[in-house]
Ligand binder design. Structure first.
Ligand SMILES: Nc1ncnc2c1ncn2[C@@H]1O[C@H](COP(=O)(O)OP(=O)(O)OP(=O)(O)O)[C@@H](O)[C@H]1O
Ligand SMILES: [Mg+2]
Length: 259
């Protein structure tokens, strides 16, 4: 699958480059302000180049996953250890959709409504959330480095293939309790609410569940944090319940977490 995606990406980029060359728009390879394949604009390429120069990564192997708002690349460091690079898309990012998860979070007080630079801020927010969780011993990919719209973190998986998410895994009752325990630890230890907790954003690994995609996570003091927590509990409960796992009443789970 990762091969497929990187081939598709490669051919997409090639096609764009060829069509640009035909239109004689190409001088240094990048037209100012132009974006190739939604992410590889000149500043992003320069950021990756700088990360290589600074010995954060040795090289980039290829794309692993292309989401709506980010690309996930598989890179390795000089010791040949896998690294996940989450590259936030600049051109397609939906500022409006993100605002509710950042405005109201006291950690980002200075943010004004309508800020253009929300992509970099979002990357910073996810990095900060990951660090906060990792520091409390919550199972998340270890955050390694942040530069502009590129976040480097521990690669969860093997040989460039990410671990299976809950949706793709065989699951049991224990996984349900582990998922709820993660929500509780996020709340009690990291003082965060995930905000996008679902079967899509939790890996099931040999060592247990690992939660990721923490860009939406908000501080408990955010005015909507309890509403987000209720939604997280409902989403994950619905998933386990649909798979025939016996689950607790979501409102009781909520009361137990916040008490
Ligand atoms: N640390 C990691 N190690 C390995 N793979 C990862 C890691 N983080 C993310 N991925 C892969 O990238 C995919 C997308 O990551 P993530 O959910 O963080 O981004 P997203 O912007 O929410 O994407 P989407 O729009 O698809 O939800 C994941 O489903 C997973 O396959
Ligand atoms: Mg996701």
């Amino acid at each position: 699958m990762s091969d497929d995606i990187s081939k598709k990406l490669e051919s997409k980029i090639n096609k764009k480059l060829i069509s640009k060359m035909k239109k004689k728009q190409l001088d240094d390879g990048f037209k100012k302000g132009k974006v190739i394949n939604e992410v590889l604009d000149k500043p992003t390429v320069m950021t990756l180049y700088k990360m290589i120069k600074d010995h954060i990564i040795a090289y980039v192997n290829g794309a692993v996953s292309a989401g709506k708002e980010s690309l996930l690349f598989w890179a390795v460091d000089e010791k040949n250890i896998d690294i996940a690079l989450k590259i936030y898309l600049i051109s397609t990012s939906n500022f409006k959709k993100r605002e509710p998860y950042i405005i109201g979070d006291p950690r980002f007080l200075r943010l004004k409504k309508g800020t253009k630079n929300l992509v970099h801020l979002w990357a910073r927010k996810e990095f900060r959330n990951l660090s906060q969780c990792h520091g409390c011993g919550i199972p998340v990919p270890e955050p390694l480095f942040l530069s502009h719209n590129v976040l480097a973190m521990e690669f969860i998986g093997e040989n460039g293939t990410p671990a299976k998410i809950l949706l793709e895994s065989e699951i049991n009752e224990n996984d349900y309790h582990e998922a709820i325990s993660i929500l509780k630890q996020l709340y009690k230890k990291a003082k965060l609410v995930h905000g996008d907790f679902s079967e899509y954003n939790v890996f099931k690994t040999k060592k247990g569940l690992v939660v990721f995609d923490l860009g939406s996570a908000v501080d408990l003091r955010h005015p909507n944090s309890h509403e987000f927590l209720k939604r997280d509990i409902n989403n994950i409960t619905r998933f386990f319940s649909k798979r025939g796992i016996s689950v607790n009443d979501p409102s009781e789970v909520f009361e137990d977490i916040i008490k």
